[in-house]
Write a protein that binds this ligand. Structure first.
Ligand code: UD1
Length: 425
């Protein structure tokens, strides 16, 4: 795997342009399967997960291309129904084709996603909901086979507001017979974005973005043109990086209304926060103040920003408590941060972070997308040159991470996996 060499101690300053959201783009690409013809998506980030989803769609018979900055997905009348293990293994979010495939073809064969570095990532809620809509599920050789003679609308109450389950059920319901109600649905902005695109395709949906979504099935959908919602996690990653380095960063294209609690926590930590139409600016001088935070489904504090926030608070003047409620193993990266001199103790899903005035450079490994970004932030602050391995994880979720950080004044270099550390210029 490639690695980053990050020289710490330079405050980040300036503007960084935010892309469309990874977690929306992947679902919108899957939603394209629901209609024959060419769907166009603008602001799709050029990241590895988008390429993987593109390959999943190609295996299903679609043609996927970037033209004039937009992604065009050409969906044929006959689509295949198998998402193979070699692709699902690379990206568990591939499971999101289940709903659209069932809606379009009445069947789907999707490799079981398996575990990952942030927890077991179960899909029981997706399947329970689909079964209520008349889907039969069986398993063979690590694959899940789903079949339905005709999807029927149903009332489904999710045990937990799972993002993926809400999206799969929403995409199955748009072509089902009758009305589907999803209760205790996820409320993330990416769900509202998906519903907006489905509506542009001709679906009848109300309540997306609230805990109860109602879908009136229609007989067919048409392709659409859609702009992907700005990536709130990408934006906040740069804003937190700016704060951690005692800098001043503006995320242009970011939506402050999707970052309410995050910005409130940054203000509690002593940051100056300013936001307007199409931008959010965060600046900090001196050490942050300690703040407690708890990850929860939206509008709670996003689990995808927990590692970045932990790095900021490891520099705080005081002790903070972080509680992780969404993914069971998401504190695994803390061991890497300890190697850089952070003082963090984890106990179950709580972490006690005793702030220190600084961090020290050390070789570390990125265990997942967001923890990887957090370790880079730690490197930007640390005394010395931090080597961060496993950059391919970061590539999955951040377009040109090193380029955007460099524009903000960071000293960051990417090194090919073959170049020995001793030969670094
Ligand atoms: C999505 C995001 C991920 C984010 C997460 C929570 C994408 C591609 N990924 O993941 O970045 O961190 O939302 O905001 O959009 N669960 C079950 N059974 C299920 C489904 C989920 O027990 O059937 C559990 C999971 O194991 C996890 C929790 O619910 O502990 C949250 O999962 P979910 O909201 O489904 O997240 P994802 O859609 O996988």
């Amino acid at each position: 795997m490639d690695r980053y060499l990050v020289t710490g101690g330079r405050p980040l300053h300036g503007r960084v342009a935010i892309n469309g959201a990874k977690n929306s783009a992947l679902k919108l690409m899957a939603a394209a399967l629901l209609a024959e013809g060419t769907t166009t998506l603008r602001s799709v980030p050029r990241i590895a997960d988008v390429s993987t989803m593109g390959r999943v769609l190609e295996r299903l018979g679609c043609a996927v291309a970037f033209t004039d900055g937009a992604m065009e997905i050409d969906v044929p009348s006959n689509i295949a129904s198998e998402a193979p293990y070699d692709l699902v293994r690379q990206m568990r979010a591939s499971i999101i084709v289940l709903g659209p495939l069932l809606a379009r073809t009445g069947r789907a064969r999707v490799a079981m996603p398996g575990g990952c570095n942030i927890g077991s990532r179960k899909i029981d809620l997706h399947l329970k909901g689909l079964e209520r809509m008349g889907v039969e599920v069986s398993y063979d050789h690590g694959y899940l086979n789903a079949r339905s003679p005709g999807l029927e609308g149903a009332t489904i109450t999710l045990d937990f507001p799972s993002v993926g389950a809400t999206e799969n059920l929403l995409m199955a319901a748009v072509l089902a017979k009758g009305t589907t109600v999803i209760d205790n649905a996820a409320r993330e902005p990416e769900i509202a974005d998906l519903a907006e695109m489905l509506q542009a395709m001709g679906a009848h949906i109300s309540g997306a973005g609230t805990p109860t979504i109602e879908i009136e099935g229609v007989a067919g959908l048409k392709p659409a043109h859609h702009d992907v919602v700005p990536d709130r996690i990408e934006a906040a990653t740069y804003l937190i990086a700016g704060a951690a380095t005692c800098g001043d960063v503006t995320a242009s294209g970011a939506r402050a209304d999707h970052l309410d609690l995050v910005l409130a926590k940054l203000a509690d930590a002593g940051c100056d926060v300013d936001a307007g139409s199409g931008f959010v600016r965060v600046a900090l001088s001196g050490r942050p103040r300690a703040v407690d935070f708890v990850t929860l489904p939206y509008p709670g504090f996003p689990t995808d920003l927990q590692p970045q926030m932990m790095v900021l608070l490891s520099l705080a003047d005081g002790t903070s408590i972080a509680t992780e409620n969404v993914f069971e193993s998401r504190f695994m990266f803390v061991d890497e941060l300890l190697r850089m001199g952070a003082d963090i103790r984890t106990e179950g899903h709580h972490a006690v972070i005793r702030g220190r005035p600084g961090l020290q450079a050390a070789p570390v490994r990125s265990p997942d997308i967001r923890a990887g970004a957090a370790l880079v932030i730690a490197g930007l602050v640390a005394d010395g040159v931090t080597e961060i391995g496993g950059v391919e994880y970061i590539d999955r979720g951040y377009e040109d991470f090193e380029g955007k950080l460099s524009v903000l004044g960071a000293e960051i270099e990417r090194r090919d996996r073959r170049a020995p550390a001793g030969l670094e210029a």
